[in-house]
Design a protein. Structure first.
Length: 410
């Protein structure tokens, strides 16, 4: 149960569905669809998408969008904030949680037998999973941390109370790494034996396959070197200062910004465009199916990921700072053998430095020096990225423990 419209961009959820299907389970994936974008496709007929609605059917003004998001109390702040700040389009999928539950239950009625397990993703997905379980065991897949000591609104406190109670009933709780797992287990008073650590990563093995995707698309000079920033946009990504810094990067380096949602009509992106040097910064504002995503990453030379904690949302504080192995874009970068540049405020910075995966910086003003550092020892950093992925980001190996626990329920 994943009440978002970006399933195809979350490698661990795609991997979970595929691993369960390969193990012989039929998998119903309850999620939103995104208007104008193809549905995620899978190689197994055992995986079936169950739509909770379609985002992007109606063209909302910014004011109407804020109102729609405010009414959708079940949607966590981590989803609300980027939508309000970045996107002008959100469709009929923004409905109340009870309507979603009713839609999901209507699909469940078609089943002759109950589910072996119902897995809810994040606090709102867990609540919806519980509403349709019909006595089936619950599993909890935590991608975003909602911590009780960072809550500021009644809606977040209510969501947290439900998450805490239901996670204590879950047969297993999936978190990306030990640090994030300990935070959640301590906050929700969970028995550590029920926590399973699974990185948010695509399938391996790691491989370096340099490409010319961006050179062809943007007609870049043959000797141009590409830094890619892929995924979400917003203050917590540090993107404004990153764009500003690109004007002083070493000669030949350019920045490509690729978004995980359709941001062609985004006022936020237009603001970024206005401040960007068009000779150094290029925008790719249409998401692609995950089967076409690897060439985008392979076409870059360096991967960039900042995680800048922000007050005002319970999902952009410790959840962002303690990013660890929950960053899907970092996992994709490392699998492709890209050296990475991260900010030191993010917990992953220590790993980047000690494992020689690239460079960490205090802020975007230091990216210039970091690019010189990476360029001077590129092959060593690239090899380090490949080694780290294979040693620590093997999704299939880690998810094997989840399969064993689901088998035990069956």
């Amino acid at each position: 149960m994943y009440p978002r419209a970006n399933l195809d961009t979350v490698p661990s959820l795609i991997g979970a569905a595929e691993q369960l299907a390969e193990a012989g389970y039929d998998v119903d994936a309850f999620t939103y669809r995104q208007a104008g974008q193809p549905d995620p496709s899978f190689g197994s007929a055992r995986i079936r998408l169950r739509s909770l609605g379609v985002e992007g059917l109606a063209d909302y003004s910014t004011a109407n969008l804020r109102g729609a998001v405010k009414r959708a109390g079940w949607l966590p702040g981590v989803a609300r904030t980027p939508l309000v700040r970045t996107y002008n389009v959100l469709g009929a999928g923004l409905a109340g949680g009870s309507r979603l539950a009713a839609r999901a239950r209507s699909a469940v009625v078609e089943r002759e037998t109950p589910y072996t397990c119902v897995i809810g993703v994040d606090p709102d997905g867990l609540g919806l999973a519980h509403s349709l379980a019909r006595g089936a065991p619950l599993g909890y897949y935590s991608l975003e941390l909602l911590l009780s000591y960072e809550l500021s609104t009644p809606a977040d406190r209510q969501l947290k109370a439900h998450e805490s109670a239901l996670s204590q009933q879950a047969a297993f709780v999936i978190v990306q790494d030990e640090e994030r797992g300990r935070l959640l287990a301590d906050d929700n008073r969970l028995d550590w034996s029920r926590v399973v650590l699974v990185p948010n990563a695509p399938g391996g093995p790691a491989r370096r396959q340099p490409g010319r995707y961006w050179h062809t698309r943007f007609d870049l000079p043959a000797d141009a070197r590409v830094v890619i920033h892929s995924g979400s946009l917003g203050a917590w990504t540090g993107i404004d200062s990153i764009v500003e810094s690109a004007t002083s990067w070493p000669a030949g380096w350019v920045l490509v910004i690729h978004t995980r949602f359709d941001a062609e009509s985004s006022a936020y992106v237009e603001g970024l465009r206005a401040s960007a040097d068009p000779r150094r910064v290029y925008f790719s504002l249409k998401p692609v199916p995950r089967q076409e995503y690897d060439p985008l990453i392979d076409g870059a030379d360096v991967g960039l990921a900042f995680y800048v904690p922000q007050s005002g949302s319970a999902f952009t504080q410790r959840n962002v700072q303690t990013i660890g192995l929950s960053s899907g874009k970092l996992a994709y970068y490392l699998r492709a053998g890209l050296p990475v540049i991260v900010n030191r405020a993010a917990s992953i910075a220590e790993v980047v430095d000690t494992q020689a995966l690239g460079a960490s910086v205090e802020d975007a003003r230091q990216i210039t020096a970091a690019l010189d550092q990476v360029a001077a020892a590129y092959s060593q950093y690239s090899a380090g990225a490949l080694r780290y992925f294979d040693a620590h980001l093997d999704f299939n190996r880690a998810f094997g423990e989840v399969l064993r626990r689901v088998d035990a329920l069956a």
